[in-house]
Design a protein around this ligand. Structure first.
Ligand code: ATP
Length: 930
């Protein structure tokens, strides 16, 4: 029995920084309400509260208390603090509900009747909300308590539990309801067997059928690529209407984009045999829903900024804001240019990488003789990102220097030694070494500290003008200031290049990359009301603090300008529109008609969208959410999506039924299984066992190494040659696949970045194949017989794209992923799973992607290496990505060596059985017949 008062406040730190000020009191004697003090004092009646949840923000956790009319947020908490308050509120509410039941036990007989009525007929699947809804129709306080959305039977006092009628076990014992539902599903599958046998032209699988029947309060259907999510959505809506569970107007289906909504609407209408215009359930996008809510409530549509509808509109708007800021704010100009030049790439420590190879691949533009070389604006190649920072700064300030110029110095015993000081400034004849030494004098490299000492002594001994900089200075952001001081001391003039010259020297992709980062940061800053202090605080936890701090300041200024511009024009963007819609729903100004909310592509959900679903669900009692998605295909982080809303579904929406769609109708078993194992190398992804309806086609994953000509491999040329070969091959066996005259097989040519488009708007025509080309992202949701993936190679813009995993995103993302290149891995998975019969991976033969190696590790011999003409290559058994080629040894001998030398030093004697195999198309024939 609660007798004392409990008071909760924000955490000590939040109060110290005066970030939050509120008080929540659970009064021991007034049990029917919580007392709150925030902007004023108000009470929250226990019977009015629909939901209590916690949410994680950038710095703090928040407790959210929802009533039909309002949502109250209490922030400034740690994770445990928030969880404790949420749990205390639940206990408090349930204590009050218990007293209501105890005082009104006379009503229990009627409630018992109502429960038996709906359970004994076994007419429908019973979620907790269904029983609560039935009970709520019984008049009286006890039924109010028993049907309360937060009623928790486990918290009822034992003395009361004993007196509850047997039927109440449906509420108090989860096992009883589960058993009822299991048996209901079995009978229902039989009852509706012919209904599911032909639904939208498909005979639904067992798991699709079950997903249509099951309907808990919250549902998450975890699907796989090509597993027929759309067919299941259509089935679910049709089944619910067929069963009369809802009026059509009570059903809302949310699709990720307009074309998906159009397709779903068309399919549902066809299935229900109504014209699309007459379809009474709402099939729409989040944007259209948000717009509709505002229009209905305010009587006029929201004033959207004129650029929001244009695909490149946001990037152009941001570009324009940056230009205006550059013209009017000298501090901003310096920050922005510094980011583009000396802070282009985060200086990450070796220890933050899984392996030294990963580290070298991250820093390097190219690997020379086993050592990484990093390009600079000054045109020289250096050995580390810190040296790059120095060289770029020298270039920006027009300072002449030589890199690693050889000089002679004397050792202590007088012997002459040749050394290569990192930088030499001819104007003052000064040598400059940048030492990899940390603040405590240690170094990540063996014997480095003693070499450093020797070098210092040698320069001193020979009376050379010398200064040094260190990694410690880079870490505490004094490197550039120190360098500048040393140069000024020697009267070397600094002449900053003009902004135009600098911008001209930059690769356009560098600016594009920052634009994308800025766009996503603005979304988070505005959606979560982040402040500059919060960003700067977060910046301290990033590896490259110097860069993170500058970026935080830059993006903050741009986001302020962004908001100001929209305010001046009286316009809003899409996210604000959704945010406004959320306020209208949470404030009760919009009355939601929806009791069943289905959400497609749930893996790409963002915070504002999730808030809209929560607001709609909690406003209308007993409503349900059915979300469908594939966490392996979450690829829209740059549009603000947050995969953890999916992976932590229960934390966001409450206890749920989780179903699976693990059968794929698209990829053959080899591709399906290999891709599944590949994506699950990230332990954070949900575990699934993917089975295909199409048997495995041996060696249907093919790697085609493309030779480097004129510095770059020609993927255009290789792609066209491969298409021509595929077309000719299919011609030869057309009787095996051609169903009718003119029938062509589909080929998708896919690339990571649009600059790789080999067709540039002019697709070639072939007799047997229909070609389409697009980026990996755009291919989401599409399928083809064959796919050709271009440039599956290492590189900043390769696969995985090294620039995409920028740690700067962690400034704004509340729950960053820890696995390296997590989103790039999922994107490659999306690309791999578009093909049913076969996929070709075209790779730079000098820099094959690490992902190719992983596929070989997983699928072994089933990954075939071949030339564009189909000749099988002799795959290196050691590194798996190279090919064994004949080399000259001493005394005119020959041997086989891996073409990835020096990265792979595998060799084999010529006497072995290392012969090239003949062109093999046998498995293709099987693929074409499949
Ligand atoms: N029950 C079924 N029987 C046969 N084919 C089906 C069935 N359900 C779906 N399909 C087919 O499976 C293929 C994949 O379906 P769909 O595109 O809906 O999958 P998806 O889960 O949305 O895939 P992805 O997530 O990869 O885009 C389509 O060709 C579809 O027509």
């Amino acid at each position: 029995m609660l007798t004392r008062n409990r008071t909760f406040r924000p955490s000590f730190w939040a109060r110290l920084f005066r970030l939050q000020s509120w008080k929540l009191v659970m009064n021991g004697s007034v049990r029917d309400r919580l007392s709150c003090f925030s902007d004023g004092a108000f009470d929250l009646a226990c019977l009015e509260i629909n939901a209590v949840s916690t949410a994680k923000g950038l710095l703090w956790h928040t407790v959210e208390i929802r009533t039909t009319e309002e949502t109250h947020r209490f922030s400034g908490l740690g994770a445990t603090g928030a969880a404790e308050i949420a749990s205390e509120i639940l206990t408090f509410i349930n204590r009050y509900l218990s007293t209501l039941i105890e005082q009104n036990t006379g009503q229990l007989a009627t409630v018992d009747e109502r429960i038996r009525e709906i359970t004994e007929r076994s007419r429908q699947y019973l979620a907790h909300a269904d029983i609560a809804q039935a009970i709520s129709q019984v008049p009286g306080e006890a039924s109010k308590a028993l049907s309360h959305p937060l009623f928790e039977p486990a918290l009822l006092p034992g003395s009361l539990q004993k007196h509850l009628p047997k039927s109440f076990e449906f509420l108090t014992d989860p096992g009883v309801r589960r058993e009822y539902n299991e048996s209901f599903v079995v009978t229902e599958l039989e009852r509706f067997s012919s209904f599911f046998d032909d639904l939208g032209g498909f005979c639904l699988s067992q798991e699709q059928r079950e997903a249509c029947i099951r309907l808990e309060d919250n549902n998450l259907l975890v699907a796989s690529a090509g597993s027929g999510k759309s067919a299941t959505m259509v089935g679910k809506v049709s089944y619910a209407l067929e069963k009369d569970l809802y009026e059509p107007e009570q059903i809302l289906v949310l699709a990720f984009n307009r074309s998906a909504a159009v397709e779903l609407k068309e399919r549902i209408a066809r299935q229900l045999q109504v014209d699309e215009e007459d379809l009474r359930c709402q099939v729409t996008t989040f944007h259209a829903l948000g717009r509709g809510i505002i229009e209905k409530t305010e009587g006029k549509p929201p004033q959207l900024a004129n650029w929001v509808e244009h695909p490149a509109g946001e990037a152009r708007f941001i570009d324009q804001l940056i230009k205006e800021l550059m013209a009017n704010d000298a501090d901003f100009e310096r920050l922005w240019i510094d980011l583009l030049t000396i802070f282009q790439k985060a200086d990450l420590p070796v220890e933050s990488f899984d392996s030294e190879d990963d580290y070298r691949r991250y820093i390097a533009d190219r690997i020379d003789k086993s050592s990484a070389t990093v390009g600079t604006l000054a045109g020289v190649f250096v050995k580390s990102l810190q040296e790059k920072r120095i060289a770029d700064w020298l270039w920006v300030n027009s300072i002449q220097f030589d890199y690693e110029r050889q000089i002679s110095v004397s050792d202590a015993d007088g012997t002459i030694r040749h050394v290569h000081p990192d930088f030499y400034y001819p104007q003052s004849e000064t040598f400059h070494e940048h030492f990899a030494i940390n603040a405590d004098g240690s170094s990540p490299f063996a014997n480095y500290a003693s070499h450093t000492r020797e070098k210092r002594l040698a320069y001193g001994r020979d009376g050379l003008d010398f200064f040094e900089t260190t990694s410690a200075q880079a870490a505490d952001d004094t490197l550039i200031a120190h360098l500048e001081k040393e140069l000024v001391k020697r009267e070397i003039p600094l002449e900053r290049r003009s902004t135009d010259d600098i911008l001209e020297a930059l690769e356009p992709v560098v600016i594009k990359h920052y634009h994308k980062l800025i766009a996503v940061c603005i979304k988070h800053i505005r959606a979560s009301d982040l402040t500059l202090d919060m960003l700067l605080e977060r910046a301290k936890s990033l590896h490259d603090r110097a860069r993170a701090t500058r970026f935080a300041e830059t993006v903050w200024k741009i986001s302020q300008a962004y908001s100001q511009k929209l305010d001046e024009e009286g316009r809003i963007d899409f996210d604000s529109m959704i945010g406004d819609a959320v306020h209208l729903v949470e404030g009760g100004r919009y009355k939601s008609p929806y009791s069943l909310i289905l959400v497609d592509e749930f893996q790409d959900i963002s915070d504002p969208r999730a808030n809209l679903i929560k607001a709609l669900k909690h406003q209308r009692p007993f409503s349900k959410v059915f979300a469908v998605g594939d966490d392996w295909q979450s690829i829209y982080r740059f549009a603000g999506s947050d995969i953890t809303i999916f992976t932590q579904f229960e934390a966001n929406f409450g206890p749920c039924w989780q179903g699976r769609l693990e059968q794929t109708y698209r990829c053959n078993q080899l591709i399906a299984e290999t891709a599944a194992k590949f994506v699950q190398r990230n332990p954070e992804q949900i575990r699934k066992t993917v089975r295909s309806t199409r048997p495995a086609i041996a060696r249907s994953i093919r790697v085609v190494p493309v030779k480097v000509e004129w510095k770059k491999p020609s993927f255009d040329h290789a792609c066209r040659a491969l298409l021509a070969r595929l077309d000719a091959f299919l011609e030869g066996i057309s009787e095996q696949w051609r169903k009718e005259p003119g029938h062509q097989l589909k080929v998708l040519v896919l690339w990571r970045y649009n600059h790789l488009d080999p067709f540039k708007g002019h697709k070639p025509d072939y007799a047997n194949i229909e070609i389409n080309g697009m980026s990996f992202h755009r291919a989401k949701g599409l399928e083809a017989d064959y796919t050709i993936l271009l440039d599956v190679s290492e590189g900043d813009y390769g696969v995985p794209s090294r620039i995409e995993d920028d740690e700067l995103l962690n400034l704004v993302i509340p729950r960053p992923e820890t696995y390296s290149y997590a989103e790039e891995r999922r994107l490659f998975y999306v690309a791999l799973t578009r093909a049913s019969r076969g996929t070709f991976l075209l790779a730079n033969d000098r820099k094959p992607s690490r992902y190719i190696r992983e596929l070989c590790e997983i699928a072994g011999e089933n990954v075939r290496f071949e030339t564009v003409d189909g000749e099988e290559l002799d795959q290196c058994p050691s590194c798996l990505v190279g090919q064994m080629v004949e080399r000259q040894g001493p005394n005119e001998s020959t041997f086989f060596g891996c073409n990835q030398y020096p990265n792979c030093r595998n060799t084999r004697q010529t006497t072995g059985n290392a012969v090239r195999r003949s062109p093999g198309n046998s498995s293709w024939s099987k693929a074409a017949r499949a």
